[in-house]
Design a protein around this ligand. Structure first.
Ligand code: PLP
Length: 388
């Protein structure tokens, strides 16, 4: 075993000494410690289990209130939330949508559902999200604004939107990014799937662009089983999003009347019940996640082989997934193999979107930072109940 792998395993073993030798510590496990069962039982007893019910309304209200946003629209998952954002923004055939190459595949898929084209940009090594400086230099080189539209000179297509993603909960430099987007007249849709509860200059991730998508999948900071939401402060847009998510039905007495192609993306009441219960103690979950991150940070501070990924300046991160960066990327595979083999689940970051078969021909800038992270970053066990 390499020294680096040995040192990392020793740290993990010391931190989680309660772990039995045949236990496996997953990356991120859901746990239900509040009113989940009570609320779900109520759904079943009353028969309100599907896409209409009081928990859906309450979940949307509670979520918006938590975020300090005007509106939240609950959806069946984070991917459908992203898709709705793109539909509502008018992203369509052959429009280009900028996004980090280093993201979960859903960000690119949602764009492909609209027959639009993902256009990959590099990330910043400090935030792990879109680098506004590099983006600005790139757009100055390849794009022009004509008649209020941002045109990619190299492809002749319109660049309609950008989807910054707050990786592992760490917020992107949104002031700088919003300034670039404004200059080039590009709509900003946050992929806040991983960053519920993270703050950027005191404001919640998910409230920093025109609209945002959040995920409540089983591995996220809180879960509704499967679920998601779109968040926005724009009331007209909120109405449109809800309309699109509920098959675009217009009230017309007893008749089934629909005015555009809509989607059946509403979150069922059963799932919303879980979400309401989880939201009640989200602040405690975040506090524990931050405590776990602090513990990791202290432990890894003395280890010169790795660097612990810390929250960016001006930010309070939810530390959804903890990450370290190996100084010597050459040992990545070995560290992954040894840690997983010793009962500690670790994972590398996603393969870059630009290297997936269906997206390999999409436009892309130089991705040097993302490439270096793919060969050196690993995520560590991050469930909130790993600390008291
Ligand atoms: C989880 C996730 C999504 C998608 O959410 P689902 O609820 O799984 O559809 C989108 N983007 C990112 C970055 C994610 O991590």
């Amino acid at each position: 075993m390499t020294q680096t792998a040995k040192k990392i395993i020793t740290i993990l073993e010391n931190l989680f000494e309660d772990k039995k030798s045949n236990d496996f510590l997953p990356l991120h496990e859901p746990r239900f410690g509040g009113n989940e069962l009570k609320y779900v039982e109520e759904c079943i007893k009353t028969g309100w289990v599907s896409s209409v019910g009081s928990y859906v309304d309450r979940f949307e209200r509670d979520l918006a209130e938590f975020l300090g946003a005007k509106h939240a629209i609950a959806t069946v998952n984070g991917t459908s939330a992203l898709h709705l954002c793109l539909v509502a923004s008018g992203v369509g055939i052959d429009d280009e949508v900028l996004m980090p190459a280093m993201t979960f595949v859903a960000t690119a898929n949602a764009v492909a559902y609209q027959k639009a084209i993902p256009h990959f940009v590099d990330v910043n090594k400090d935030t792990l999200g879109v680098c506004p400086q590099k983006l600005s230099e790139y757009l100055e080189k390849i794009a022009d604004v004509e008649d209020g539209k941002c045109i990619n000179r190299e492809t002749g297509r319109v660049i309609k939107a950008i989807i910054p993603m707050h990786t592992f909960g760490h917020p992107v430099q949104m002031d700088e990014l919003n300034a670039v987007a404004e200059k080039f007249n590009i709509e900003v849709i946050e992929d806040a799937a991983e960053s519920l509860g993270s703050l950027y200059k005191g404001e919640h991730a998910g409230t920093l662009g025109k609209m945002a998508a959040i995920s409540f999948n089983g591995n996220k900071i809180i879960t509704t089983g499967g679920g998601g939401a779109v968040v926005t402060n724009d009331s007209e847009l909120a109405k449109k999003l809800k309309h699109l998510s509920t098959t675009a039905r217009v009230s017309s007495g007893y008749k089934f009347m629909h005015d555009v192609v809509g989607y059946n993306y509403r979150l069922p009441n059963l799932n919303a019940a879980l979400g309401c219960a989880q939201l009640e103690y989200l602040p405690d979950i975040i506090a524990r996640k931050r405590k776990l991150a602090q513990t990791y940070r202290d432990e890894f501070a003395n280890l010169s082989d790795v660097e612990f990924v810390q929250e960016p300046s001006d930010c309070v991160s939810n530390y959804w997934l903890n990450a370290i960066i190996l100084r010597d990327g050459g040992v990545l595979d070995e560290v992954l193999e040894q840690t997983n083999g010793n009962g500690f689940m670790t994972r590398p970051v996603w393969e870059l979107m630009s290297s997936l078969p269906m997206y390999k021909d999409c436009p892309s800038m130089n991705l040097s930072n993302a490439k270096s992270l793919v060969s050196s970053l690993i995520n560590l066990p991050s469930s909130y109940f790993l600390v008291k």
